[in-house]
Design a protein around this ligand. Structure first.
Ligand code: ES4
Ligand code: ZN
Length: 351
């Protein structure tokens, strides 16, 4: 699908993108050489090929066709990120790309655990992203508020340690933090890792005044149960503020009702699902969510690991396949603004 002038010029807001999932083969190649990190690929073409990943996080579900799982490829990509400048360059490349797509505001996810477990100090990661947050707003006019992610397939204790290390870079309610992130999320492989396992971490971040979102990925094992926990049980029953993906709400009416009554929005990433679901299956589901009155917005997830389909390509797909009108498309952006945790002056500027 070619991006239409209407979608290209529509002001956009991105609420579901993993910064490490924007690493291009070109930047990865450059950083590998700069940092003397050996790549397990003989040629640049082989590196590009390694971005052809399988959808499910578990090899046994994919069948063994030799392709890496998405998470294997994603964490392999992370290995070239070593210095503060590397993290800065990664983030600046994304924010510049956002400007080119007329994306006016972003809330990128980042994983410190993916880097500290390789021996990179947390402050290297955080200072790189912090500098990009400042320069990206100034140079490209793209303000951003970032989201610290717990890796759910790592122990809670590791997540708590990572969170405490990152906290000086947060925008906490005491107003003393550096202001990089203002929310926490839950990412990585959710197989047998329900969100309730991270209750202590969520309560802590809420006490610190941070917002809360969590992945409830599509068609994973126990997807509906995880979603039920996220909506009704998390944070002593107050629930999450947002859900990332969450298409499985359609499996159960109590989930649809819960989302609506609690005003929880979904950050959908249509192309990520389109890799595995037929057009005539997937897009009617998204349309049904819309008709049910569930609030959602359209995002890109990990564009370089998903055929380079960015937010504009994702919006094109729903415009085309859900029969969303131009007015509907503007409403989807408005949903993103309302679901966002941007300051009021930034929200006003976009709408
Ligand atoms: C992710 Cl697609 C996806 N699922 C789970 N965790 C992630 N982190 C980055 N992308
Ligand atoms: Zn995601």
């Amino acid at each position: 699908l070619e991006i239409s002038p209407f979608i290209a010029s529509l002001p956009k807001v991105e609420l579901h993108i993993h910064i490490e999932g924007t690493l291009t083969p070109a930047l990865r190649w450059k950083l590998a050489h700069r940092n003397n990190i050996p790549l397990p690929y003989a040629t640049y073409e082989e590196l590009v090929d390694s971005y052809n990943v399988t959808y499910n996080h578990r090899r046994e579900v994919n069948g063994d066709n030799g392709a890496p799982t998405f998470l294997e490829a994603y964490f392999a990509g992370c290995q070239v990120l070593c210095t503060e400048d590397d993290f800065y360059e990664l983030a600046m490349a994304y924010l510049e790309k956002a400007r080119e797509m007329n994306v006016r505001y972003v809330e990128p996810f980042f994983d410190t655990q993916a880097h500290t477990r390789r021996g990179v100090p947390a402050e290297t990661v955080l200072n790189g992203y912090l500098r990009a947050q400042r320069d990206g707003a100034e140079r490209f006019g793209v303000p951003s508020n970032w989201i610290f992610c717990f890796l759910r397939d790592e122990p809670l204790e590791d997540g708590l340690k990572a969170y405490r290390a990152a906290l000086p870079w947060a925008r906490t309610k005491d107003g003393r933090g550096k202001g990089l992130f203002h929310a926490v999320g839950l990412a990585s492989n959710e197989y047998n890792r329900p969100p309730g396992l991270f209750e202590e971490a969520f309560l802590l971040s809420k006490e610190d005044g941070l917002h809360l979102t969590m992945h409830c990925d599509v068609d994973q094992k126990d997807a509906a149960e995880h979603m039920h926990e996220a909506i009704f049980d998390i944070c002593a029953g107050t629930g999450t503020d947002r859900i990332d993906h969450g298409l499985n709400a359609l499996d159960r009416m109590d989930l649809i009702q819960g989302l609506k009554s609690r005003g929880i929005g979904l950050t959908l990433c249509p192309h990520a699902y389109h890799r595995r679901q037929a057009t005539e299956v997937l897009f009617p589901k998204i349309r049904r969510l819309w008709d049910e009155g569930v609030k959602f917005c359209i995002n890109s997830d990990d564009p370089t690991y998903m055929h380079n389909v960015w937010i504009d390509g994702n919006m094109m797909k729903v415009h085309e396949y859900c029969q969303f009108t131009k007015r509907d498309m503007a409403k989807l952006v408005q949903n993103a603004v309302e679901m966002s945790w941007a300051d009021e002056d930034i929200k006003k500027e976009i709408l």
